[in-house]
Design a protein around this ligand. Structure first.
Ligand SMILES: *[C@@H]1O[C@H](CO)[C@@H](O)[C@H](O)[C@H]1NC(C)=O
Length: 404
């Protein structure tokens, strides 16, 4: 009972306070300030500069944080439209003299954040439903009807086998199929690409962006761009970095590839538009930054199924009512427009949070200096003596007290 009362008494009538040890030493004092300075520098300045490779626009000198910890951030919302321009001509034995314009080579006519330009093709004209020999391949070359199974199909076949073995040309016989005849022969990709002149086609990219948190919107056709400038300019990273019209050849070149090589079997190119805006500064400084990269990886030592292609057909009927089609295996370059970026604007809440966490980080100084003073310095035993008040275990304490 008495013990209980004394605890209560201690709780009510006693006050404890931590003791602070002041070490009067130049060495320790300077060390403490140096560590504080380092941590302060980290909090204020080089957060990002010291520890990542990401190159950002240089910070304004008065900014207490490179990270812009005083700013509210928002990511971009965007919409993109594209328009290609250019005309070329081909003269082949199969198609004759032919003009190609936008409606011919942009497939489909419009897409979201993307644009496909056909650069190469295998055209199979005038197909009708009927019976004809398969293209010669290991599985369908035959000597007699015995090898051909009526009704069978393979994943690569152009139709359903009829069970007959028929001559494909003078030397080879193949299984006959029911399908769109004559079947496509896609063994050889035209090289150079049929529409190699697509290199000089241009692409206008219109991009509107919006930062919802700050209700800030802008577009990549900047206010100072005039109609006459827009009619004649071509993007160039150095001379015309804000012209929204791109030469296809230049895009692929800037991505580090050859347009003519890529045109043969197709591929995918990313047009990246980066909007990093500091809305504490003039809005005219919020500008798009274009960069380009090839998105389909192309290893020179593993060139299996390279490029990008697909098939489509155009259907028509002759006066007799028979259905015909023109089959096109299209190779080309798909341009994906990728818009990203962040905007920041001063806000009191992130500022407070960041100042708070910065101050908390300063607490690390005490821990660090304690470790050095008490464990690493020459006079560590002396300092320990001063810092700690040594107390014996209870029973031992009683014993030694009695011994006295
Ligand atoms: C593209 O245009 C340039 C200059 O006008 C010309 O020299 C080049 O031959 C053209 N490229 C193709 C593939 O036609």
């Amino acid at each position: 009972m008495a013990g209980c009362c004394s605890v209560l008494a201690a709780f009510l009538f006693e006050y404890d306070t931590p003791r602070i040890v002041l070490i009067r030493s130049r060495k320790v004092g300077l060390m403490n300030r140096a560590v504080q300075l380092l941590i302060l520098a980290y909090v204020i300045g080089c957060h990002r500069a010291c520890f990542t490779e990401v190159k950002m626009e240089p910070p304004p000198p008065w900014v207490f944080l490179w990270e812009k910890g005083y700013q509210e951030m928002d990511s971009v919302v965007s919409s993109v439209t594209t328009k290609a321009k250019g005309v070329t001509v081909t003269n082949t034995s199969k198609l004759g003299f032919r003009i190609w314009d936008v409606a011919d080579y942009v497939i489909p006519a419009q897409e979201e954040n993307s644009l496909f330009i056909m650069t190469n093709m295998i055209v199979t004209t005038n197909q009708t439903q009927g019976h004809c020999p398969e293209t010669p391949e290991e599985t369908n070359v035959c000597e007699s009807d015995a090898k051909c199974v009526a009704g069978s199909t393979g994943t690569h076949s152009n139709g359903v086998q009829t069970g007959k073995c028929v001559p494909f040309n003078g030397t080879v016989k193949t299984c006959e199929v029911a399908g769109w005849c004559p079947v496509e022969s896609d063994t050889l990709v035209p090289k150079p690409a049929c529409l190699k002149a697509a290199e000089n086609f241009t692409l206008l990219v219109k991009n509107n962006i919006w930062y919802p948190k700050f209700n800030f919107s802008k577009r990549n056709i900047l206010p100072n761009i005039t109609t006459t400038y827009l009619k004649s300019c071509i993007y160039d990273a150095v001379t015309d970095p804000f012209c929204p019209i791109f030469r296809l050849g230049k895009i692929v070149e800037d991505a580090g590839h050859s347009f003519q090589d890529m045109a043969v079997e197709g591929g995918i190119i990313g047009i990246q538009i980066r909007w990093d805006c500091n809305l504490d500064r003039a809005t005219s400084l919020c500008l798009p930054k274009y960069s380009f990269r090839r998105l389909d990886t192309r290893d020179t030592d593993h060139n299996v199924s390279p490029g990008y292609n697909f098939r489509f057909a155009k259907y028509y009927s002759d006066p007799a009512g028979t259905e015909h089609r023109t089959l096109i295996k299209a190779y080309g370059i798909r341009f994906d427009i990728i818009v990203f970026g962040k905007a920041g604007k001063f806000d009191i809440i992130p500022t407070m949070i960041n100042i708070g966490s910065g101050l908390a980080l300063l607490g690390v100084t005490t821990v660090l200096c304690d470790v050095i003073v008490l464990y690493c310095m020459k006079k560590k035993y002396y300092y320990r003596e001063k810092k700690y008040k040594y107390v014996e275990d209870y029973e031992q304490g009683i014993d030694s007290e009695m011994d006295r």
